[in-house]
Write a protein that binds this ligand. Structure first.
Ligand code: SAM
Length: 354
């Protein structure tokens, strides 16, 4: 493009925001780490001086942070007092059911550091864990990513599982309103975590029982959820490695937010294993965030798909990518059932082949 003389072309605001995106993320994560949001919710609108005293932070540096946080709408101002943006408060307050803090913490402590190596990850088409001092051996044994990095202590297990529940339960209720499992008896929720899909499906389908299959570390959390929902008599937790161990018998197998974690070869073999285990007319249910067919978005799927290059070894797909996998394994009558949220459902049926 020709350079124009004597005319100052202003950088478009969106481009400027992208350029400073690294600052915006850090402002959010650091406010969260400092417990600024909880402080403003507990104490109400507060001056710089009050916040500085409460959080025991130097006023001068804190002021710079607050100005930025106000500029990017995390905070609002009433005179010289800062308060939390009321629309976002449910996502920022640790006492709210919609709290996103576990995700902020994970992105701050892990993803943010590793994203410093995006350039080499793209050039080499591989994860870069060793660059941030993580145990490369464990990462190479991909099955140990959960056991070595996520299920390492109670706090981390709880944070991960509550994020999974929060990002799956409401959409699961919606999906079970849209598709009935009437006539089916046993749902096997593979990698079911604390059971957000199994619980929603059992509530909506009174004749359906469930088995949640996951790593042993997940057991107490899944059992607590079943108890909380009065479903202990209809469901139980089964400790197992879904790739290596035999699967319990059922007539519906659900696989939620799991195929996007693992390399295609593992996903395809899990789908085949499920097909082999199902009776005729049995169902497979895949639950995923989906790409649009032309992979132009949505935004969240695009961002997570890039994150997956580092964090796990899977990738996100469009509905027809998953339907292709199902059809190749022999499933028929595939249906895509979108939820009004982010988690959508793809269903395939095992038909009797004559
Ligand atoms: C991203 S979470 C999704 C949880 C849940 N299905 C949902 O939709 O919210 C993936 C789950 O699969 C479990 N998982 C991953 N690999 C597994 C394996 N090899 N055997 C058993 N569970 C596994 C993890 O422990 C975790 O609970």
């Amino acid at each position: 493009m020709e350079k124009q003389r004597g005319y100052v072309m202003k950088i478009p605001l969106m481009l400027e925001k992208i350029m400073f995106g690294f600052v915006e993320s850090q402002v959010l994560f650091v406010c969260h780490e400092l417990k600024l949001f909880d402080c403003l919710i507990d104490e109400g609108p507060s001056t710089l001086d009050q916040i500085s005293n409460h959080l025991k932070l130097p006023e001068a540096s804190l002021e710079r942070l607050l100005i930025c946080a106000h500029c990017i709408n995390l905070l609002e101002k009433e005179g010289n007092k800062y308060k939390i943006n009321p629309e976002w408060a449910p996502f920022l307050s640790s006492k709210s059911n919609h709290y996103c803090g576990e995700r902020f913490g994970h992105y701050f402590k892990t993803s943010y550091q590793i994203f410093g190596y995006l350039l080499s990850a793209i050039r080499e088409n591989k994860q870069q864990w060793e660059k941030i001092g993580r145990n490369a051996k464990a990462i190479n044994d991909i099955n140990s990513i959960y056991t070595d990095f996520i299920y390492v202590n109670e706090q981390s297990i709880e944070a991960f599982l509550s994020t999974m529940w929060a990002s799956g339960y409401t959409d699961s209720i919606d999906l079970c309103e849209k598709f009935s499992f009437a006539g089916y008896k046993k749902l096997i929720d593979l990698g079911g975590a604390s059971g957000s899909f199994a619980v929603a499906a059992m509530h909506k389908n009174p004749n359906l029982d469930a088995i949640i299959v996951d790593y042993p570390q997940v057991r107490p959390y899944a059992e607590a959820k079943l108890k909380e929902h009065h479903l202990e008599s209809r469901a139980y937790f089964y400790e197992g490695d879904i790739f290596r161990d035999a699967l319990p018998a059922g007539d519906v197998y659900s696989i939620g937010y799991l195929l996007s974690d693992w390399p295609e070869s593992m996903c395809v073999s899990l789908i085949q294993k499920t097909y082999a285990r199902l009776p005729t007319n049995g169902l497979i249910v895949i639950l995923e965030k989906l790409f649009d067919e032309d992979k132009s978005g949505p935004y969240l799927t695009a961002m997570l798909n890039l994150t997956m290059l580092f964090e796990m070894q899977g990738k996100h797909g469009s509905a027809s990518d998953y339907v292709n996998w199902l059809e190749k394994a022999g499933f028929m009558d595939c249906q895509v059932i979108p939820s009004s949220g982010e988690k959508h459902m793809i269903i395939g049926v095992k038909k009797n082949l004559r």
